[in-house]
Design a protein around this ligand. Structure first.
Ligand code: NDP
Ligand code: KAL
Length: 257
């Protein structure tokens, strides 16, 4: 068993820019020789993602639109992938969204609309994507999503996103149970805080990072590369016995009281 992914194809969803965790995963998969297909939500970041993908200098790389709030988009995206490459071996789901007003203050003030939006994009999308991807994973495969400690415990301001991540974490287990019989594994990586576009605008992000540096067992913050390499393990056959699992890549912060 090796970590080489030569001859394998993976769909990476959720690159917005070079700081995206999805881009860290893409770089690790690319270094292992995998062929990559990127999906992006809207035209907003298409040009930026296209520029990044070009830096890989891989003519086989593909870039496709996929807004996960839209079932037709998801179906079309995977139908396009089927037509262009046939078989895929995995999907990296690196997508989350909640309205800014639902990410501070008291959780209980969340509106029905805000609650459903966060669950739609951040949790339901994994199930919708897994269902479409399954048809293309005829040689078995591995699906990896990204979660955060705020789905297991109360983390200040994470609020609705914590509730959505709890739903995502449970989805990983139910999907793992459904898809195991087809040789498809489903796992999550719980990443420590990383400064990405999603984290932008979080007023006390510096103090969150400082606390990790001071208290986490490894005494340093998490990098995109660390998450990328953990994903590489989950996509490779070295993790062939692992499914329905959540691996914390967070310098060990989650073990602290
Ligand atoms: P980014 O902002 O780089 O990525 C978030 C991505 O979500 C963007 O690419 C965005 O696409 C995509 N997205 C939002 N709405 C939709 C939609 N409707 N359809 C398709 N894609 C959509 O942030 P991160 O890399 O930090 O986030 C990636 C994942 O990592 C998320 O699940 C996040 O919760 C998780 N995570 C992040 C941590 C951190 O500290 N940064 C810690 C733990 C987990 P677009 O830009 O095209 O709208
Ligand atoms: C406790 C933490 C502090 C931050 C609180 C909430 C963070 C929630 C993450 C969520 C994904 C952020 C958003 O949805 C931001 C959105 O409202 C506005 N941003 C955007 O629209 C940008 C342009 C696009 C690219 O973003 C998205 N998401 O599409 C949590 C910290 C310590 C760890 C983090 C950041 C975890 C996480 O899940 O991202």
């Amino acid at each position: 068993m090796t970590l080489s992914l030569k001859g394998r194809t993976y769909v990476v969803m959720g690159v917005a820019n070079k700081r995206s965790i999805a881009w860290g995963i893409a770089r690790s998969l690319h270094a292992a020789g995998a062929r990559l297909i990127f999906t992006y939500a809207g035209e907003r970041f298409e040009a930026e993602v296209r520029k990044l993908v070009e830096t890989l200098e891989d003519e086989t790389a593909l870039l496709l639109p996929c807004d996960v709030t839209n079932d037709e988009d998801i179906v079309k995206c995977f139908a396009d992938i089927k037509e262009k490459v046939g078989v895929i071996h995995g999907v990296a789901h690196c997508i989350a969204f909640a309205n800014k007003e639902d990410l501070s203050g008291e959780y209980m003030n969340v509106s029905r609309e805000g609650f459903l939006l966060a669950h739609n994009i951040s949790a339901y999308s994994l199930t919708a994507v897994a269902r479409e991807a399954k048809a293309l994973m005829t040689e078995g495969g591995s699906i990896v999503t990204l979660t955060y400690l705020g789905g297991e415990r109360v983390v200040q301001n994470y609020n609705i996103m914590g509730v959505a991540k709890a739903s995502l974490d449970a989805s990983v287990k139910y999907l793992a149970n459904d898809l195991g019989q087809y040789g498809i594994r489903v796992n999550a990586i719980s990443a420590g805080p990383i400064r990405t576009l999603s984290a932008k605008g979080v007023s006390d992000f510096n103090s969150i990072l400082k606390e990790i540096e001071e208290r986490a067992p490894l005494r340093r913050t998490t990098t995109q590369e660390e998450v990328g390499d953990a994903a590489l393990f989950l996509f490779s056959d070295l993790s062939r016995g692992v499914t329905g699992e959540c691996i914390h890549v967070d310098s060990g912060y989650h073990i602290l009281a």
